[in-house]
Ligand binder design. Structure first.
Ligand code: ASN
Length: 328
């Protein structure tokens, strides 16, 4: 990094609210307590909701040969891929547990969820987006045999009930944070094709949506990684992202590819190394990889939406934001 870049980052850090706990003022600590309280009850509420709907709660993996390639993806911004050798084998830190989800939902249980720590070393210029952290947690889930419409409906009902719970139980906290009146919406959410979003708002449509949305919106048909279902005849992708006001994308998911030949040809097309996905590919070849659909909710982004905190580094108790490594 040049001296100029270092100076700029230090300036940004100084101006931002990204600080370690020991540097916070008593008022700032009080605000952290408030958002931690909302976090506690969010995690409890969401996990209970999934368990009650018949999902099995899976423990995360962190080091794996088969992590998400995060490629190709229009939102791609990875500065570094972490690969390390253990016991003579190369493993990667988890980008997402998508491959594990497909294997689990095929072999273990029809409905699964995980609070999955993801490590994505984002480019430094993403420091000020406020929504990128180099470590974050996804509430990742998958449902055997589900359609995209099933997953979208499930998410809409989940969010409606979660927000109703928060507004009932934490009304004074939400009023203090200023979001109590900002969280009303009706379901089903509107749906927009990503091509339409681009035509309407230009290349920077994700940023514009973030500023202009008044209610959540589904964006569908986004060209990206091999595991999202793509109709070969039409070129339409059966996937979806959920955008919410002020924050932007808080969820990403799809119906999945499960046929061997199609997965292989997409991997080859995208330059994804087949040898990293041996189990997925052998299950698909044997016809044991089952159709499913699912999604991952960015937990910190969900919390930014409900608390009104503007920067993920202010929400995380131990900030993990692009370009900055703190002492703790
Ligand atoms: N969790 C996402 C999904 O279910 C994948 C990702 O995070 N890249 O589609």
């Amino acid at each position: 990094m040049t001296k100029e870049q270092t100076k700029l980052i230090l300036k940004q850090l100084h101006e931002s609210k990204i600080k370690q706990l020991n540097e916070l003022s008593p008022e700032e600590i009080e605000r952290k307590r408030l958002t931690t309280r909302i976090t506690t009850h969010t995690l409890r509420y969401l996990s209970e909701y999934f368990v009650e709907k018949g999902f099995e709660w899976i423990m995360p993996v962190i080091l794996s040969k088969a992590t998400d390639p995060l490629w190709p993806d229009p939102d791609f911004s990875i500065e570094k891929r972490i690969e390390i050798e253990i016991y003579g084998e190369t493993v990667r830190t988890t980008h997402s547990m998508i491959v594990h989800k497909q294997v689990l939902v095929s072999l273990l249980a029809p409905r699964i969820f995980i609070f999955s720590p993801n490590i994505r070393i984002e480019k430094r210029e993403r420091l000020n987006t406020g929504i990128h952290g180099y470590e974050f947690t996804q509430l990742d889930f998958e449902i055997r045999g589900a359609s995209s419409a099933d997953v979208r409906k499930f998410v809409e009902e989940l969010l409606r009930e979660y927000i109703a719970f928060l507004r009932a139980r934490f009304s004074s906290e939400l009023k203090e944070l200023g979001t109590y009146d900002l969280l009303s919406f009706s379901i089903p959410f509107k749906v927009m094709d990503s091509r339409e979003a681009e035509e309407k708002y230009g290349e920077k449509w994700p940023d514009i949506l973030r500023e202009e949305l008044k209610e959540p919106l589904w964006i569908v048909n986004i060209p990206r990684e091999f595991y999202d279902y793509e109709d070969e005849a039409t070129g339409v992708w059966d996937n979806y992202d959920l955008y919410v006001p002020r924050v932007g994308e808080i969820l990403s998911g799809a119906r999945r590819e499960y046929k061997y030949d199609k997965i292989v040809s997409k991997m080859k097309r995208d330059g994804v190394p087949l040898e990293n996905y041996k189990v997925l590919l052998s299950l698909a070849k044997e016809g044991r990889l089952l159709p499913s659909a699912g999604a991952g909710i960015g937990v910190e982004r969900l919390l930014l939406w409900v608390t009104g905190i503007e920067h993920i580094g202010e929400l995380q108790l131990f900030p993990r934001v692009p370009g900055i490594v703190l002492e703790l």
